[in-house]
Design a protein around this ligand. Structure first.
Ligand SMILES: Nc1ncnc2c1ncn2[C@@H]1O[C@H](COP(=O)(O)OP(=O)(O)O)[C@@H](O)[C@H]1O
Ligand SMILES: [Mg+2]
Length: 359
């Protein structure tokens, strides 16, 4: 039995362990650092720079410069995004150029129409006076007792033609000289009754039944009663002309709360957000109706399907209504009838802020 005492110096081993640990930590740190730098560089090159380039181009586009293009030169998602963006901008730019062209064309047409209106007015004016002279002369002739019966017939025909010409001239003049409306708070049913009184007899003669329904809560409206009576008269005459064999004419005025035009899915009435609701007037006939392909034309000046029409009634009505901040449109079914809708905003204050001038 004995004891062996072995003594080993651990100093070297410990130092070696420490060294190795430090080496490991250092190399790990360096590797992480290198990798981070590499990832950063890669991200920078592949993602950040292209995105920055894209953002820069986008903000240029936002400022209205459409003559830009981004080409990242890569085929990855970002490259494709840039390509789609460029092609979108190109399409936008094309659309903008087309719009500009269209706008210029329209401006030309507006100018053309304006001068046409002036020309029409001066021609109408020139013709009105001699026409009045001819009318007078014919009336004098008509009173001549020595006139043969056959001549009387001719004279009646001439008178008839003169009256038609007179009406056309009056329409033309009023069309080209619509003054701005003189607004006064008036009762819409009164204006409608006033216009209706001139066609009452014709309705009876044509066998047209009439029904009028006026909402008792209708407010007074700021209208030019003279102009508005013309509008209704035109609508009533059109309705009567569409029902030569008799029928039914319904005139209705109701009040709607705000948001009406949106609810109904009608074209926007250009609501300003200041209105406290809308008044809707409808004039409905059970006449021949308007074919869909014609419906889009009826408000165009001089558009008529009638042998003796001037084609100015509805365009005049539209201009007057628009000057009253309102809107007019029609719905129709061939063989069933036609409804004209007139929509007026109700403003909390009177007079409402002016909108647009007269032609
Ligand atoms: N109530 C209606 N029913 C059927 N067609 C209508 C009606 N109102 C208008 N129209 C159509 O719209 C056209 C234009 O009307 P308008 O401008 O008043 O001119 P005009 O009555 O002189 O023809 C008419 O020629 C007709 O074809
Ligand atoms: Mg008419």
């Amino acid at each position: 039995m004995g004891a062996l005492h072995v003594s080993l110096p651990m100093e070297t081993t410990r130092r070696s362990i420490t060294f190795n640990r430090n080496l490991l930590i250092a190399s790990t740190a360096i590797t992480i650092l290198l990798m981070a730098t590499a990832v950063n560089l890669l991200l920078n090159r592949l993602v950040k720079k292209p995105i920055e380039q894209l953002v820069k181009t986008m903000s240029q586009v936002e400022k209205g410069n459409l003559n830009v293009e981004v080409n990242l030169g890569t085929q990855d998602e970002l490259g494709r995004l840039a390509k789609s963006f460029s092609s979108m901008v190109e399409k936008l730019s094309y659309a903008q150029r087309e719009l500009e062209k269209e706008h210029q064309l329209q401006m030309l047409q507006v100018k053309h129409l304006a001068s046409l209106g002036e020309l029409a007015a001066s021609v109408a004016h020139e013709i009105k006076n001699p026409l009045a002279g001819i009318k007078l002369a014919i009336q004098v002739l008509d009173k001549n007792p020595e006139l043969a019966a056959s001549h009387q017939e001719t004279i009646a025909e001439i008178m008839h033609s003169i009256e038609r010409l007179d009406k056309t001239m009056a329409d033309l003049l009023s069309y080209s000289r619509i003054r701005p409306p003189e607004l006064q708070l008036v009762s819409l049913p009164e204006v409608i009754e006033d216009a209706f009184s001139s066609v009452k007899e014709e309705c009876q003669l044509a066998g047209v039944r009439v029904e009028k329904r006026f909402d008792p809560t209708l407010p007074l409206l700021p209208l030019d009663s003279q102009q508005m009576a013309r509008v209704f008269l035109n609508l009533f005459l059109n309705a009567l002309q569409a029902m030569p064999g008799g029928g039914m004419l319904t005139i209705q005025a109701i009040r709607h709360e705000s948001g009406y035009h949106l609810q109904q899915g009608f074209p926007t009435t250009g609501g300003t957000g200041r209105e406290e609701g809308w008044v809707e007037v409808t004039v409905t006939d059970t006449g021949e109706g308007i074919p869909p392909q014609v419906l889009g034309e009826i408000f165009r000046p001089f558009f008529t399907t009638k042998a003796k029409g001037t084609g100015l009634g509805l365009s005049l009505a539209q201009r007057i209504i628009e000057q009253h901040h309102g809107q007019i449109f029609a719905r129709s079914k061939v063989g069933v009838g036609t409804t004209f809708y007139l929509i007026f905003p109700i403003f909390p204050t009177f007079p409402p802020a002016a909108k647009g001038g007269a032609g």
